[in-house]
Design a protein. Structure first.
Length: 91
């Protein structure tokens, strides 16, 4: 399996870094690194995340990485990282 980040997911990472960096640039970089490393777990176990039935027939799942929710979709042998955000955000 391979991982593909969508433009929206990459934008989410960028916004997250921009939000955190003024307070603590090193912590912001650590957070972004941990989020970008998370798909390694998904590659090893693609169905580790909870399936979100409201998106059926698409296979969209969510995985919690610390205080962040990552949504991804499995399509054949590709995992698409769709979006991510802090769990305290109202989404």
């Amino acid at each position: 399996m391979k991982v593909q980040w969508t433009n929206k997911a990459l934008s989410d990472l960028s916004h997250l870094f921009e939000f955190l960096a003024p307070v603590n640039r090193r912590a912001a970089a650590r957070t972004v690194r941990s989020l970008t490393a998370a798909p390694v777990r998904i590659i090893e176990q693609p169905r580790i995340g909870e399936r979100l039935d409201e998106f059926e027939p698409r296979e969209i799942r969510r995985l919690f990485v610390g205080h962040y929710e990552m949504r991804y979709e499995i399509q054949g042998s590709t995992i698409y990282v769709l979006r991510l955000w802090h769990t305290k955000e109202d989404r």
